[in-house]
Design a protein around this ligand. Structure first.
Ligand SMILES: Nc1ncnc2c1ncn2[C@@H]1O[C@H](COP(=O)(O)OP(=O)(O)OP(=O)(O)O)[C@@H](O)[C@H]1O
Length: 432
């Protein structure tokens, strides 16, 4: 119950600065990381973060954090603990927007809640501007929170919701009005002060919730899947608007999502999580261009993998084209199981290009996507049968059981190294 009170106080903007923030001597602080800087291939502590060690770092520093729950509460056993966050290190620089991206149950929300102080840490530390906030109560951390459902006060109008935290801080009425108007502009709801939130759409309510969270100028805004309750089109539009609002207000933010497109749209850098661990942290374009492992690549949306020396060439969405007949390089039999080995001819780790190889496959299903038909195909790209998606050229290919040739589309694949979690036991595919 106490935690809920704190949560409501925090999301309402009833936050104040850390007592000791800013008291630290300036020379303790290393230069703040700029937007998008840093390259943290995170399986454990990153090189840059190891160098920082325990020196004070401006902004948020998550240091070796562990979050556990009693196993009985998960229903997976009657004793012991479940580790939801497993020794995570992460730095969010002032003004930076960081996305925590990972599948359901990977520990994103637990980490966010640990930063907020809503969940105790079983190990490690959370620091703001170099000060350990472990003993600072939720409502005194100076962090704002925004959740999936916005949690607006239904009996207050838009202005009443947005100004709630400002009122708690004792801001004079005229200043409050000006700040509310400014924020409603930022979130795309200018002039809506007197509207009842009960009459608003889900998207509009989330905009109000964002304005309310931003109003007290939190030193860190924590967003837990703020768009996931909305439909896809609205989510895509609001993701862009959310990014714009965070940038316009210079807000430092940690944003939880399971949607890679959303993470890429909103964040300066994306931290990919799985099984309680951080797998990789990088800018969206660099993450996409160089996934550190097959697990990261699969989670980002790479959907087919061609064996190459020391790893795979990963093929992205719409990266395979299906056309009629068996693949030329995939064996005369043309069925999916005959393609092993020879199917990869023409591919090298560094010199891959479109159209260099063809693979045989068998159509499993077909579905119309936005602007094209996609067939799901079982094909051997050199590592055994994989189920992959391809853009279908021609309606004749849509029936299950149809034999097709797969070629790589104009978008070049990227190289993904084998890792201990995902070794490539097969011999490397032949190269030309
Ligand atoms: N209050 C709790 N008590 C017990 N176990 C919990 C609790 N909260 C989370 N867990 C467990 O901890 C793990 C991580 O959960 P968490 O909610 O952090 O993941 P998530 O990545 O945010 O998932 P989702 O995207 O589905 O919200 C899961 O196995 C979950 O079952």
């Amino acid at each position: 119950m106490a935690a809920i009170d704190h949560e409501i106080a925090a999301i309402s903007g009833a936050v104040s600065a850390l007592p000791d923030a800013g008291a630290r001597p300036a020379q303790d602080a290393p230069a703040a990381q700029g937007r998008g800087q840093g390259d943290e291939r995170a399986t454990g502590r990153t090189a840059s973060e190891s160098q920082a060690g325990s020196r004070a770092t401006a902004g948020l520093r998550i240091e070796d954090v562990v979050v556990t729950y009693p196993a009985a509460r998960t229903g997976r056993g009657s004793a012991g603990t479940v580790t939801a966050v497993n020794h995570v290190d992460l730095t969010v620089a002032p003004g930076e927007v960081m996305a925590l991206l990972g599948p359901s149950g990977c520990g994103k929300s637990s980490l966010l809640r640990a930063v907020a102080g809503l969940e105790p840490v079983a190990g490690g530390r959370v620091l703001w501007d170099g000060a350990d906030v472990g003993s600072v109560p939720v409502h005194l951390r100076g962090f704002g929170l925004m959740f999936q459902d916005g949690q607006l006060f239904a009996h207050r109008n838009v202005a009443g919701n947005v100004e709630y935290g400002l009122r708690m801080h004792g801001m004079p009425k005229a200043s409050r009005r000006a700040r509310v108007a400014e924020l409603l502009d930022v979130v795309g709801l200018p002039g809506s002060e007197s509207r009842s939130v009960a009459t608003m759409s889900g998207g509009e309510r989330q905009r109000v919730a964002l304005a309310r969270a931003l109003a007290p100028q939190p030193q860190l805004l924590l967003l837990d899947e703020p768009l996931s309750a909305l439909d896809r089109a609205l989510r895509e539009r609001l993701a862009g608007d959310l990014r714009a609002a965070l940038v316009a207000t210079g807000t430092t933010a940690l944003f939880v999502t399971h949607d890679h497109d959303e993470a890429f749209t909103v964040a300066d850098r994306v931290a990919v999580m799985s099984g309680g661990r951080l797998l990789q942290v990088d800018e969206p374009s660099r993450l996409w261009a160089a996934p550190a492992s097959r697990e990261v690549a699969e989670f980002l949306g790479y959907q087919a993998f061609i064996p190459a020396d020391g790893g795979w060439l990963a093929i992205g969405p719409q990266g395979l084209i299906a056309s009629a007949g068996a693949g030329a390089g995939a064996g005369a039999g043309g069925n999916a199981t005959s393609a092993s080995g020879t199917a990869s001819a023409g591919w090298t780790a560094t010199g891959a290009g479109p159209g260099a190889a063809a693979f045989s496959g068998v159509v499993v299903s077909a579905a119309f996507r936005r602007g094209y038909t996609e067939v799901v195909v079982d094909a051997d790209l050199g590592d055994g049968i994989q189920r992959c998606a391809a853009v279908a050229h021609g309606a004749a290919l849509w029936s299950p059981g149809t034999q097709v040739t797969l070629t790589v589309a104009a978008t070049a694949p990227v190289f993904v190294p084998a890792t201990p979690d995902h070794p490539r036991p097969l011999s490397p595919a032949p190269t030309r």
